[in-house]
Design a protein around this ligand. Structure first.
Ligand code: NAP
Length: 285
């Protein structure tokens, strides 16, 4: 468990992998766009040319990729991870994916003899950089506990959610709430502004009361500046809301507020705000 493979050097994966390296683990990093591995290499990590190379070398392989298509792309094929998995190896998926996909991924990996932990994260770029994410873990409790030191490099807390698939379900719950809060915050600010209030006064009023929370503090700054540099890209939240609606449908629970909020994020995508932070949903007003 000392040799950690890390696949996906995006906004989240890069700082997470750097923290694992700083925590004393050996790290081998892979990214589809090879240039993004450089910061890891400069800090002492090994570079992999293919996902298969990562699977060959590592005890544990962490995936931090866009979603199911990206995960399948690194698993399959001659250079894929699958061919190198077997007993003694464990895949830890920290990407946000639907619970049904997680369960089938867990089964496909179990068929190779390797272990699997479902471990998406709550928190964004800043929390990833500071190593204070919340890890929403699903899977064998002993296997999760055995990775206390590894998870401690990435997050401040591990919430054990249940079996494989339950970590992903928890991530759906968290992101449903996050999307609804963000859309409500944006709508309230936009209404106040349109009715003649100063943005700064609106933020002061919201952040002085019971609704003062880190999310509104960080995203309020973006609203004030009118600039939305991507920490959690809007296109990813729109993707996640698609997973959330699908999961709710499978469970037979209507989520009308979530459905309405998805329409707002989808409209923002259509207007070209997908690569900005998800707080840019305010722009559609
Ligand atoms: P990102 O910056 O867009 O990075 C996505 C990563 O996936 C990149 O390494 C990208 O490689 C890779 N990728 C995409 N398609 C691929 C394919 N077909 N084959 C191989 N690699 C592929 O995204 P991120 O913000 O780091 O998010 C990663 C995951 O964490 C997502 O599931 C997201 O929902 C979740 N998440 C994000 C946040 C956040 O605040 N950003 C918070 C919690 C969870 P390239 O560099 O080559 O494009």
């Amino acid at each position: 468990m000392e040799k950690i493979g890390f696949i996906g050097m995006g906004i989240m994966g890069k700082p997470m992998a750097l923290n694992v390296l700083a925590g004393g683990f050996q790290v081998m990093a892979y990214n589809r766009t090879a240039a993004k591995v450089k910061p890891l290499e400069d800090s002492g990590a090994k570079r992999a040319g293919t996902p298969a190379e990562v699977g060959q070398w590592a005890d544990d392989v962490i995936l931090m990729l866009t979603g199911p298509d990206a995960i399948d792309a690194v698993l399959e094929g001659e250079d894929g991870l699958f061919g190198r998995l077997g007993p003694g190896k464990t895949v830890i998926n920290m990407s946000t994916v639907p619970p049904a996909y997680t369960r089938s991924l867990g089964q496909r990996i179990a068929n190779t003899g390797a272990g699997f932990i479902d471990a998406p994260v709550s928190g964004s770029k800043v929390q990833a950089e500071q190593g204070i994410l919340v890890i929403l873990a699903g899977g064998d409790e002993n296997e999760i506990q055995a990775r206390e030191k590894l998870f401690g490099c990435i997050g401040k807390q591990v919430v054990h959610c249940g079996q494989v698939g339950d970590g992903s379900t928890m991530k759906m719950v968290i992101n449903l709430l996050l999307a609804v809060m963000m859309a409500g915050f944006s709508e309230a600010i936009a209404m106040g502004e349109r009715c003649g209030l100063e943005t700064e006064a609106i933020l002061e009023a919201v952040l002085s009361g019971a609704m003062a929370c880190p999310l509104f503090k960080i995203k309020g700054e973006m609203a004030k500046e009118g600039k939305f540099p991507p920490q959690f890209p809007l296109k990813h939240m729109e993707k996640d809301l698609g997973f959330i609606l699908h999961t709710a449908e499978e469970c037979g629970i209507p989520i009308p507020v979530g459905r309405e909020v998805w329409k707002r994020f989808n409209a923002a995508m259509q207007k070209g705000f997908g690569d900005q932070d998800f707080a840019a949903v305010k722009q559609i007003y």
